[in-house]
Design a protein around this ligand. Structure first.
Ligand code: NAD
Length: 298
């Protein structure tokens, strides 16, 4: 099984990054989205992404031009997958949308086509039955800004064949990711299985007034040598995401600590436009947060 033609379904935050990264690494890439207007937006975003590839990876103009030449666009699903070796699905994180997508895809994709989902929070086994080819279905999970944060988490569901699992690990490497094999379904993959508890523990210490955020971060940074502590990381992830996760858990479990965290994030951060690094302020002020100052770790 040797992949040449890759179709990316969904050209939003992650999809357009996956498309560009894959084309940059010499695959023929078809970008599929619901209409031509959305696809035009994706095309425009490739120009901005090209600049990031130049700055962060030292990509040359020739390489970037060749990358763009390997990208094609269509809002016709049958056309998009007619010769696809692999479809990477990056449609919205909504089970119903994904199920409908896989039902349509199963009808038009050739038998050879492998399907990979980039879903962050939904498990591939939720969709395997709708793909019509559970053995050729696997999760391939990227992190935002994939050209820099290049984890390629490849995760099996119980029906994924070993051959497809292995070939996806090879593919992840071919497109510049660090291939990470996850042999069993795991909500949150590896990254979030580690990160979510850390961030949650940090917020727990903060909300119960055990220590202030700078002390929490300082402790983590000094003790482990990590470049950021939980609150520095939360500013990168974005306060809105932290709020959504806490609110969801609070609504479900009625946990008073989670509820207090959600309320505080809303009133003191979200309502004041402090959404993290992207707005210049979250737990810290950017571009010069105190944890980057020389004396912070003393
Ligand atoms: P997004 O909302 O930015 O983009 C979704 C895209 O899918 C949009 O362009 C939309 O027009 C398109 N779309 C909607 N319905 C469609 C359909 N039926 N068929 C094809 N395209 C359709 O979402 P996103 O943040 O890029 O997330 C996409 C997937 O990637 C999700 O499963 C998410 O969990 C995962 N993911 C996101 C991130 C992140 O940081 N945003 C990180 C890792 C993984």
């Amino acid at each position: 099984m040797d992949f040449k033609n890759v179709t990316i379904a969904g050209s939003g935050v992650l999809g357009y990054q996956i498309a560009f990264q894959t084309a940059f690494h010499n695959f023929n890439v078809t970008v599929y989205d619901i209409n031509d207007e959305v696809l035009e937006k994706a095309k425009a975003k490739f120009d901005i992404l090209s600049e990031a590839f130049k700055q962060d990876l030292g990509a040359t103009d020739d390489q970037l031009q060749a990358t763009k030449a390997r990208l094609s666009y269509t809002s016709d699903l049958a056309e998009a997958v007619k010769d696809a070796d692999l479809v990477i699905e990056a449609v919205p994180e909504n089970p119903q949308i994904k199920i409908e997508f896989y039902q349509k895809l199963a009808k038009v994709a050739p038998e050879k086509t492998v399907f990979a989902t980039n879903s962050s929070t939904l498990l591939p086994s939720q969709f395997a039955a709708y793909t019509g080819r559970p053995e050729k279905f696997v999760a391939l999970h990227f992190a935002n800004e994939i050209w820099k944060h290049n984890t390629g988490e490849v995760m099996k569901h119980p029906g994924t064949s070993d051959e497809v699992f292995e070939i996806l690990l090879v593919f992840a490497k071919q497109i510049g990711m660090v291939p990470l094999a996850i042999h069993k379904e795991q909500p949150g993959y590896i990254v979030n299985s580690l990160l979510v508890p850390l961030l949650s523990a940090g917020m727990d210490l903060w909300i119960r007034d055990v220590a202030d955020i700078e002390t929490v971060d300082k402790t983590w940074m000094v003790a482990t040598g990590a470049p950021l502590g939980p609150f520095g990381i939360l500013d990168v992830v974005g306060i809105t995401t932290a709020y959504n996760i806490n609110k969801m858990v609070a609504d479900k479990t009625k946990d008073p600590v989670k509820l207090k965290i959600a309320d505080k994030l809303k009133a003191e951060f979200i309502d004041k436009g402090k959404l993290g690094v992207e707005t210049g302020e979250g737990f810290y002020k950017y571009p010069n947060p105190s944890f980057k100052q020389k004396d912070f770790l003393k």
